[in-house]
Design a protein around this ligand. Structure first.
Ligand SMILES: [Cu+2]
Length: 174
């Protein structure tokens, strides 16, 4: 004779298993669409990031005029920094980015940037490099987000060839 209780229990377990399986499939399919976004959202919830948002405008339209609208940036240790780099240049040579490096290392990193060239967006892998944005073509805006380094003084500059001596500034982490 069939034990209906046991059968019922088996069915329940089977149903739960099916639901679990579908959940896994659903989650994994969602995850493959935007895995990065999901991870960031979770990290934000966990750490409750404090953002310091700074708009930096790349002004000027010649090698002699070009500069950042901001020369000194001050942020709090432990915060997250969001740099919005707006390139107001029009000329084809006005291609800009923004790199944050350890104090006194601007020239070293700029030299390496020239070596790696446009294929690497003029971003070298360098032990003195803290964060780097992508390139903003004339009229474009790029955003760079990174966790503020430990208290101290840092530098930022544009690593597009020939720009590092004109487009530069300091980051102070308090
Ligand atoms: Cu530049």
């Amino acid at each position: 004779m069939l034990n209906f209780y046991k059968l019922n229990k088996k069915m329940k377990i089977l149903n739960q298993f099916t639901i679990a399986l579908f959940s896994v499939i659903l989650l994994s399919s969602c995850g493959s669409e935007s895995p990065k976004k999901e991870v960031e959202t979770k990290a934000e919830v966990l750490a409750e990031k404090v953002w310091e948002e700074i708009e930096v405008i790349a002004i000027g339209n010649t090698m002699m005029e070009m500069k950042y609208s901001v020369e000194n940036i001050t942020v709090q240790e432990g915060s997250w920094v969001r740099i919005i780099l707006k390139n107001e240049g029009v000329d084809v040579a006005m291609v800009h980015n923004i790199l944050f490096v350890n104090f006194g290392k601007r020239k070293d990193v700029a030299l390496k940037a020239n070596e790696v060239g446009p294929d690497a967006d003029f971003i070298p892998s360098h032990s003195e490099l803290i964060a780097a944005s992508g390139l903003a073509l004339p009229g474009e805006t790029v955003t760079l987000e990174f966790e503020a380094p430990k208290k101290g003084n840092y530098e930022f500059f544009c690593s597009y060839p020939g720009h590092a001596d004109m487009m530069k500034g300091y980051l102070f982490v308090k």
